[in-house]
Design a protein around this ligand. Structure first.
Ligand SMILES: [Zn+2]
Length: 239
C-alpha cells in the first residue's frame, strides 16, 4: 500500500505553517532563510505555498528555496519528490514486489488461456465477430475461441504481446510472447456478448500498459486500420 500523506503532514515535515491546509495559495515564514534575516524581517511571509489536488509546492521569494511533495508517491518524479520515512519505503518496496508477483501470475494465466484457445473459424466467436460485430475481413490469428468450461461461458480471446508478422499484414503471437489477453464472454449461440449480472462481459488478464492496450484494442476491434496499429506496436521494442 502506498502511504498517503495529507497536506498538513507535508507542511509539518517541512516546518511550514499556513493558516489552513486546504487547497489554495498561501504565504508563510520560510524555514530555510527567515531565521537568518534581520529581526524586523523574520516575520515576513516570503514563502509561497501552493496546495492542490496532488500535493504541496513551496517556493521562497527571498532565498529561492523550492521543494514540495505529493500526497501519494508518483513514479519518475524528480521535482517535488515525496519525503518518505524508512517504514514508508519498506511498505512501498513490499507493494512493488507484490505487484510484480501478481503481474507474473496474471501473465502466466493469460498465456495458459491463449494456449487453450481453439480456432476462431467455424466457432461461435466467428459468428459473434461476423454477425454481431459486422467484421468482414480475414480472421486475425491474434484472436481465438475459448469453449465453455466449468462456470465460464464460451468466449472470444484476443492476445496482446509481441506479434510476429509472418507475411505482410499477418500477425502471429506465440504463447510465450503473450503478455496479456482480452476475453469477451459470449452467449452460447454467439449472437452477442454474454449478459453477466454486475460485471462486464469483457475482461483483461495480464499486462495492460498503454502501448499494449492499443494492441488489445486492435485485437478486440478488428479492422484493417486496427491491425496496422498492431503492426506498429509489434515492431516496437519489448517493454
Ligand atoms: Zn527562504
Amino acid at each position: 500500500m502506498t502511504a498517503l500523506r495529507s497536506a498538513a503532514d507535508i507542511l509539518h515535515d517541512f516546518r511550514v505553517s499556513t493558516p489552513s491546509s486546504g487547497p489554495g495559495r498561501y504565504y508563510a515564514i520560510c524555514p530555510e532563510c527567515s531565521h537568518k534575516r534581520k529581526k524586523a524581517n523574520q516575520k515576513l511571509k516570503c514563502l509561497g505555498v501552493t496546495i492542490d489536488a496532488r500535493g504541496c509546492k513551496l517556493g521562497c521569494n527571498h532565498c529561492g528555496w523550492t521543494d514540495g511533495a505529493f500526497y501519494q508517491t508518483a513514479k519518475g518524479t524528480s521535482r517535488a519528490a515525496p519525503v518518505m520515512s524508512e517504514r514508508e519505503k519498506a511498505d512501498k518496496e513490499r507493494a512493488e514486489e507484490q505487484r510484480r508477483r501478481d503481474l507474473a501470475a496474471s501473465r502466466s494465466k493469460s498465456q495458459w488461456l491463449w494456449a487453450s484457445r481453439k480456432p476462431l473459424k467455424h466457432s461461435i466467436a466467428e459468428i459473434y465477430l461476423r454477425e454481431c460485430r459486422g467484421y468482414r475481413g480475414p480472421l486475425p490469428p491474434t484472436l481465438g475461441f475459448l469453449p465453455a468450461r466449468d462456470n465460464h461461458p464460451p468466449a472470444m480471446i484476443g492476445a496482446f504481446g509481441m506479434a510476429n508478422e509472418t507475411e505482410p499484414g499477418v500477425l502471429v503471437i506465440g504463447s510465450d510472447d503473450v503478455t496479456g489477453v482480452h476475453v469477451t464472454r459470449l452467449k452460447p449461440d454467439g449472437s452477442d456478448k454474454a449478459e453477466i449480472s454486475g460485471e462486464s462481459a469483457k475482461l483483461t488478464i495480464g499486462l495492460d500498459n498503454d502501448r499494449l492496450t492499443m494492441a488489445f484494442l486492435a485485437a478486440g476491434e478488428p479492422s484493417q486500420a486496427a491491425f496496422a496499429v498492431v503492426s506498429t506496436i509489434s515492431a516496437a521494442p519489448a517493454p
